[in-house]
Design a protein around this ligand. Sequence first.
Ligand code: HSE
Length: 449
Amino acid sequence: MRTVGLGIIGLGTVGTGVVKILHSRRAGITERVGGEVRVERFCDKVVSSKPELGIRAGTVSRDYRELLADPKVDVIVELVGGYEPARSIILEALKAGKHVVTANKAVLAKHWDEIIGSAQKAGRLVYFEAAVGGGIPVIQGLNEGLAANRIRRIVGILNGTTNFILSKMSEEGLAFDEALKLAQASGFAESDPTFDVQGIDSAHKLAVLSSIAYGGWVKLSDVYTEGITHVNPLDLELARREFGYGLKLLGISAEHDGLIEARVHPAFLPLSHPFTTVKNEYNAIEIVGDASGDVIFYGKGAGQMPAASAVVSDVIFLARQVIEGTAGKLPTVTYDEHKKLRILDRKDFLSKYYLRFTTKDKPGVLSKISGILGEEGVSISSVYQPMVADRESQRPKSVKGRPRTDPHAAHILLTTHSAPEGHIQKAVQEIDRLPTACAKTVCIRIEEP
Ligand code: HSE
């Protein structure tokens, strides 16, 4: 029977999950591949045997180059994460004639041109299903399943950690810091969650999806990125109660007559939108094709076994091609190094907005605010002045995350019709300079189909 040899680099959470599936599903995988998939070598920082996983210390090396030099290894499975040494491992593996499976969205987003270009030149494959959406087969869905379409738009909840945090802030009224601590204690957040909470992890994933969708490299720097660290539970509560909105961290990209728009930021969605029911570590990605219309992918976006499921599915499809002798004859994704995408400037993004002004409660303030918005061509959809201060004082003290409210300040909540971002920002800057302004205006985009 033909054998396909794997070299697995990184035996952390996902790597261990991959080994578990390769063991438990051995017979099914062999049948699917038409040959045996055998892990020939491992590479990890710590060289130790793991008998429960069938890993002998003799097969574990500290130097990944030993795996690249091993002729029995056909496929390198890179599971170290981060930019380096992942980039070097992938590029050197391709140069050494190996195919690559990676779960690493960061390195793909940052070095897409180099990695995909090198794979094409080397006639080798790079598969990366686990890079976006954990166990959700969204890469195959987009790249193969929707290949007939011109992709119009992608909207996704792409990060489980921030989705968990926003779920807890919304359901339990927790402040951001408290919800983050809970996410870490529950094992959802990474020990360093910076990339997650600042939106960078979502931006990596959006860049990868968009690069496939629009047939050119959407760089990380092309994605406008805003995280959730500044989200105040007061806005979650007010927007839910007064306007029927829920908040999600969204990655959004779209193509408008050759111009690509790409952004990651918190956004309100109507509670009737299916994404508002996506909770905790779950991800959801809506892709709109010109022929297919809307397609929604949903599932566990993080965690050992969902990510391992995606890695092993890549291994199976790659191994099948290795056995058939077709691996690398066709590239994984369409990529033309000469194709340069034009990126829509942030000031031209069109969005509806939720604005919360904190002002002195005096006659004429509202007319001044609406006048400035009008001068910038921003049309108001609804206005509301909640009695926040009164309600605050009536709340039980035991409820956590309660924002302090100046009893003399008024909150004016306002939603706008769709307007260019540049106009909104200019109006808000002017409003924040008014002598009646008590705090910086909270601006949150609204995504309403
Ligand atoms: N840290 C990511 C998340 C999981 O929270 O969704 C890996 O992509």
